[in-house]
Design a binder for this molecule. Structure first.
Ligand code: NAD
Ligand code: ZN
Length: 375
């Protein structure tokens, strides 16, 4: 390729500071170093974790940065030592890498590679981006609100060349996260009763995972009733808006299910909802999984909840080991075994990224897919 080995000048949405609109800028993207891969991003979606960094966490050390971590693209060039991936391959960048060598990668029990978060810790040394003479940090080791990005090879999944990138980009985060939380982490059982709190893409994917695992009753919980119709599409059987009740939501669910659900999944990122989700699952064997993202507050619960036999777990990226499992999820989509199109409520271009952020902020979308470069 004509650009291999050279700095690429391209368009990216830069978050210069917290809580401010992103600015479309020309940035310089360095060539990939050893074991790195430069990717032309074709499509990227906006996930709530991007909003968390920009609007909720707002830690000043995390700026300036290029957000975005749910995307798909085509490899432009590879650095020395990369053997499994070639220019032209269709890929999905991974915000949790998989080195395949460490004790975690060797265990089937987890996707928490020892290097998983290495690329995520934003440092100037790890970034290949410059804008106006200033180094710009790479969010989640990916930074997909950019026409080009550079990612470590442990954080790249090579996918089927037949995959439509403007759809499978959703497998880079939200859909794998929710689906895997139900199937891999909660290990939802056939005939069981489930409750999913929060019906964004993550929660809806959790509903889809509960259904795929054979759950009989799937209670969809959201304070925005506009989300219920979509939840039905993914398999929800019952709908609860906490605002319609003047007693704790765990009591409402307990009354609906003869003492509590078998599995509950928190897909909001709110410590109060995490507690409600735990308290909504049945004593004896109930399993509650935290999927929503926050690191700003401690959570609390009464020890008796766990002593009575409930299990409280967390799940990152649905427990999926990205390099093996994401290509399998792409295949499942191509084989019509998982839905993706139904999550996409809006299609826009990278220039409209601030509009996409506003939509999510106000609960007006499930996923907005931004087209970044032609396929
Ligand atoms: P989203 O904003 O699209 O959806 C969140 C939903 O929660 C909305 O429908 C909202 O109305 C609902 N909600 C808000 N408060 C509620 C309450 N008190 N009770 C019930 N519902 C409530 O977000 P998303 O993109 O689907 O992400 C959901 C969460 O998952 C976020 O916290 C995100 O950061 C997190 N996340 C975690 C991982 C992971 O690996 N664990 C990965 C991706 C996203
Ligand atoms: Zn995400």
């Amino acid at each position: 390729m004509a650009t291999a080995g050279k700095v690429i000048k391209c368009k990216a949405a830069v978050a210069w500071e917290p809580n401010k609109p992103l600015v479309i800028e020309e940035i310089e993207v360095d060539p990939p170093q050893a074991n790195e891969i430069r990717i032309k991003i074709v499509a990227t979606a906006v996930c709530h974790t991007d909003l968390y960094h920009l609007l909720e966490n707002m830690h000043k050390d995390g700026f300036p940065t290029v957000l975005g971590h749910e995307a798909a693209g085509i490899v432009e060039s590879v650095g020395p030592g990369v053997t499994e991936i070639q220019p032209g391959d269709k890929v999905i960048p991974l915000f949790i890498g998989q080195c395949r060598q460490c004790r975690f990668c060797k265990s089937p029990k987890t996707n928490q590679c020892v290097d998983a978060w290495k690329g995520n810790v934003m440092t100037v040394a790890d970034s290949r981006f410059t804008c106006k003479g200033k180094k710009v940090l790479q969010f989640a080791g990916t930074s997909t609100f950019s026409e080009y990005t550079v990612v470590n090879e442990i954080a790249v999944a090579k996918i089927d060349p037949a995959a439509p990138l403007d759809k499978v980009c959703l497998l880079g985060c939200g859909v794998c996260t929710g689906y895997g939380a139900a199937v891999n982490t909660a290990k939802v059982e056939p005939g069981s009763t489930c409750a999913v709190f929060g019906l964004g893409a993550v929660g809806l994917a959790a509903v889809m995972g509960c259904k795929a695992a054979g759950a009989e009753k799937i209670i969809a919980v959201d304070i925005n009733p506009e989300k219920f119709e979509k939840a039905k599409v993914f398999g929800a059987t019952d709908f609860v808006n906490p605002k319609d009740h003047n007693k704790p939501i765990s009591q409402v669910l307990s009354e609906m299910t003869d003492g509590g659900v078998d599995f509950s999944l928190e897909c909001v990122g709110n410590v109060g909802v995490m507690r409600s989700a735990l308290e909504s699952c049945v004593q004896g064997w109930g399993v509650s999984v935290i999927v929503g993202w926050t690191d700003l507050q401690d959570f609390s619960a009464r020890p008796i909840q766990l002593i009575a036999g409930r299990t409280w777990k967390g799940s990152a990226f649905g427990g999926f080991k990205g390099r093996e499992d994401v290509p399998q999820m792409v295949k499942a989509y191509l084989d019509k075994k998982v839905k993706l199109d139904e999550f996409i409520t809006h299609n826009m271009t990278l220039d409209q990224v601030n509009d996409a952020i506003e939509l999510m902020k106000h609960g007006k979308c499930i996923r907005t897919v931004l087209s970044v470069s032609p396929q």
